[in-house]
Design a protein around this ligand. Structure first.
Ligand SMILES: [Zn+2]
Length: 262
């Protein structure tokens, strides 16, 4: 029933939602990296501090029309902004294409909102860890509380599964963090894996951990091979965990065969 002309309407809605979410992630990336307050002030140019008008802040389009330069001081605008917006929009669109059966479920609005929020959080954490090697508490802690409430409010016995999985994995990470004195993983990773455990439960959360470890190792070895890194270089592990988590949200059905291995 969805394969009608209305399909394009839904595509458009998810692309626009994704662009807005990406735009908000940009605001977080801009604010939190300098430990400033959270989103209270309107966006200013990073260079000349001119307050930007609403038409300077339209996702992607403003960047194109302004030819990647500030309207007021002509300073180059980072390509990062449209990249974050476009990648978030692409992920939202893929989420719709591969999960539109969710529309047919009870509480579909709540369910879809929940997954879009989880995706946005993981994309934000992906860029934070990649760019600044941090996983801000201002993102992980509210998400942990929210997912806990969601798990418990679902009033299912299964709520016990994600809670136990999250605590077990977080315990394991905390031990690794303690033993290595923070060299193998930061404490931000402990909170991130708790969040992943609470969202996915067993067996998906451990699978996400294992796949992330493999891919991080392959990337690390490749970088060492091409002498872009040494054995002592730190890889942003949270970036890998976040990316694999998004992939498991998008392709939950397609990847469900992996769960049967356990
Ligand atoms: Zn400027």
């Amino acid at each position: 029933m969805f394969y009608t002309v209305y399909m394009w309407f839904y595509y458009l809605i998810f692309i626009v939602l994704g662009l807005c979410a990406g735009s908000f992630i940009n605001v977080l990336l801009y604010r939190l990296d300098r430990e400033g307050g959270i989103v209270t002030d309107r966006s200013k140019c990073r260079n000349c501090a001119t307050r930007l008008k609403w038409y300077d802040l339209i996702p992607v389009l403003s960047y194109i029309f302004l030819k990647a330069r500030c309207r007021y001081c002509k300073k180059q605008i980072s390509i990062l902004y449209p990249i974050v917006e476009l990648s978030t929009a692409a992920v939202f669109l893929l989420f719709f294409i591969f999960n539109y059966s969710l529309f047919a479920t009870d509480y579909w609005l709540l369910t879809i909102g929940y997954w879009l929020l989880a995706i946005s959080a993981f994309i934000a954490l992906f860029f934070f860890d990649y760019l600044y090697m941090i996983l801000p508490d201002k993102i992980t802690l509210p998400m942990i509380v929210l997912v806990l409430v969601y798990d418990i409010a679902a009033l299912r016995w299964e709520a016990l599964n994600p809670i136990l999985t999250g605590l077990t994995l977080a315990g394991l990470f905390a031990i690794l963090h303690g033993v290595s004195k923070g060299n193998w993983m930061g404490f931000g990773d402990v909170k991130l894996i708790l969040l992943i455990g609470l969202i996915f439960g067993f067996p998906v959360a451990p699978i996400i951990f294992i796949v992330s470890t493999w891919i991080a190792s392959i990337c690390g070895l490749t970088l060492i091979l091409f002498r872009k890194a040494t054995v002592k270089s730190a890889l942003p592990f949270g970036t890998f965990l976040s990316a694999i988590s998004v992939i498991f949200i998008l392709f939950e059905h397609e990847l469900s065969f992996l769960s049967k291995i356990f």
